[in-house]
Design a protein around this ligand. Structure first.
Ligand code: UT7
Length: 332
C-alpha cells in the first residue's frame, strides 16, 4: 500500500486581535492570570459578515493548494474537522466545497474537537493508502468567540479559546519511507461531559430553552484540572506509541507539533519527551486554543518559518474533548 504525504499546508486567522487586557474589561480576570496559567497573550476573534468557519477553512485551503502546486479542481475529497460548524447541519465540509467552487466530490465532517485534525488526517491517509482517492484536502477550522460566556462565570474557559483555520493537502507519496508513517487514534467516552457544550442537544424535548441560556449550559464547560491531568498523561503516551510503531526514540523527532491547549501542558510534554524547546512548536501565545485548527495552524507556521525541512521527522499530537487523543508520525 502506498503512503500519503502532506504536499501543502496553509492557515488563516481573522484580523481582529483580542488581548488579555480586552478580556479584563468583560470579566473578572487578569492579564497576569491568563499568561501564568495558560501562556496566552492574545487570540483572534471572527467578525460577523466577514469570517465563517467554512470560508476561513477555504482561505487556509487555498494557501495549502498553492504550496502543493495544485488547483482546487484537483481535489478528490474534503475532510473537515470542526466543533463549531456554521450550521447545526449540514456540516461545514459542503460549505467549504461550495466556497472552493467544487461540485460532487465527497465532503466529510469530523467531530473530534481538539483531536479533530489528526483524526481527519488519519481518515484521509486511509483513503489514499487504499488508492480510492489521490488528492485530499484536510481542514480544521473553528469559530469559538460567538459561543463563549464572557461573564465572570465563564472565565475558566472563555479566556482560552480563539478562532482560526488551518489546512493540509494530502497526495500519494513517491516512497514508503516518506510521508505519513503512521497515525494513532484513541477515545474514552467515560469523560464525555468533562469538556463539552451540553445544550442545545437532541436528547431534550425542547432543544433550546430560556433556562438553558440563563443557566449557561449553552456555553462550553470544562473540568480544567481533570482535563489537564489526562492531557499530560495521554500526550506523551500517544507520541511514544507513534515512535514505537516506527522504531524511533523521542530524540529522533525534529519537530513536535502538539495541539495548543496550554503552554504549561506543552512545556511538560517537551520535558517528558526530553526535547529541546526549539523542537516543540508553540504559538498559543498568539492564538489561544483553536481546537481542531490548532495543529494545522502550528504546522503551517512551522513550515512558513522554515523550522521543518525535507527529511525531518515530524510528530503531530492532540488531546481534547471526548476525551479523544491522537498522533501522526511524518517523514517530511
Ligand atoms: O484543548 C482541549 C484540552 N484542554 C486542556 O488541555 C485544558 C486543560 N486545563 C487547563 O489548561 C487549566 O486547567 C486551566 C487553564 C483551564 C485552568 O488553570 P488551573 O491552573 O487549573 O486553574 P483552576 O481551574 O484550578 O483555577 C484556579 C483559580 C480558581 O480560583 P480559586 O477557586 O482558587 O479561588 C478559579 O476560579 O483561578 C480562578 N480562575 C480565574 N481567575 C482569573 C479561573 N479562571 C480564571 C480566569 N481569570 N480566567
Amino acid at each position: 500500500m502506498r503512503n500519503s504525504k502532506i504536499a501543502g499546508v496553509g492557515h488563516y486567522v481573522p484580523e481582529k486581535v483580542v488581548t488579555n487586557k480586552d478580556l479584563e474589561k468583560l470579566m473578572d480576570t487578569s492579564d497576569e492570570w491568563i499568561r501564568e496559567r495558560t501562556g496566552i497573550v492574545e487570540r483572534r476573534y471572527f467578525q460577523e459578515g466577514i469570517d465563517t468557519t467554512a470560508n476561513m477553512g477555504a482561505n487556509a485551503a487555498q494557501k495549502a493548494l498553492k504550496m502543493a502546486n495544485l488547483d482546487a479542481t484537483d481535489i478528490d475529497m474534503i475532510v473537515f474537522a470542526t466543533l463549531s460548524p456554521d450550521y447545526m447541519f449540514p456540516g461545514s465540509g459542503v460549505l467549504l466545497q461550495r466556497e472552493l467552487g467544487l461540485k460532487e466530490i465527497p465532503a466529510l465532517d469530523i467531530r473530534n474537537q481538539c483531536s479533530g485534525f489528526v483524526y481527519a488526517l488519519s481518515v484521509a491517509d486511509q483513503f489514499i493508502k487504499t488508492g480510492m482517492y489521490d488528492n485530499i484536502l484536510v481542514v480544521g477550522s473553528e469559530i469559538h468567540s460567538s459561543g463563549l460566556d464572557f461573564s465572570t462565570r465563564g472565565r475558566g474557559v472563555s479566556v482560552i479559546f480563539g478562532d482560526g483555520a488551518g489546512a493540509a493537502v494530502l497526495t500519494p507519496s513517491e516512497s514508503n519511507d516518506k510521508g505519513i508513517l503512521s497515525t494513532h487514534l484513541h477515545a474514552d467516552g467515560e469523560f464525555a461531559e468533562e469538556l463539552a457544550v451540553i445544550d442545545p442537544g437532541s436528547i431534550k424535548n425542547n432543544r433550546l430553552t430560556h433556562e438553558m441560556i440563563d443557566e449557561g449550559t449553552i456555553y462550553p464547560y470544562m473540568n480544567g484540572n481533570l482535563v489537564f491531568k489526562h492531557a499530560v498523561t495521554r500526550f506523551p503516551e500517544v507520541i511514544q506509541e507513534a515512535l514505537n510503531k516506527n522504531g524511533y526514540k523521542a530524540t529522533d523527532i525534529d519537530m513536535l507539533i502538539p495541539h495548543q491547549a496550554n503552554l504549561r501542558i506543552t512545556s511538560y510534554i517537551q520535558q517528558k519527551m526530553g526535547l529541546p524547546a526549539e523542537k516543540v512548536m508553540s504559538n498559543i501565545q498568539k492564538y489561544g486554543n483553536t481546537t481542531a485548527a490548532s495543529v494545522p495552524i502550528a504546522l503551517s507556521e512551522a513550515v512558513q518559518e522554515n523550522r521543518i525541512k525535507e527529511g525531518d521527522l515530524v510528530c503531530l499530537a492532540a488531546f481534547g474533548s471526548g476525551f479523544t487523543w491522537a498522533s501522526a508520525l511524518i517523514r517530511w
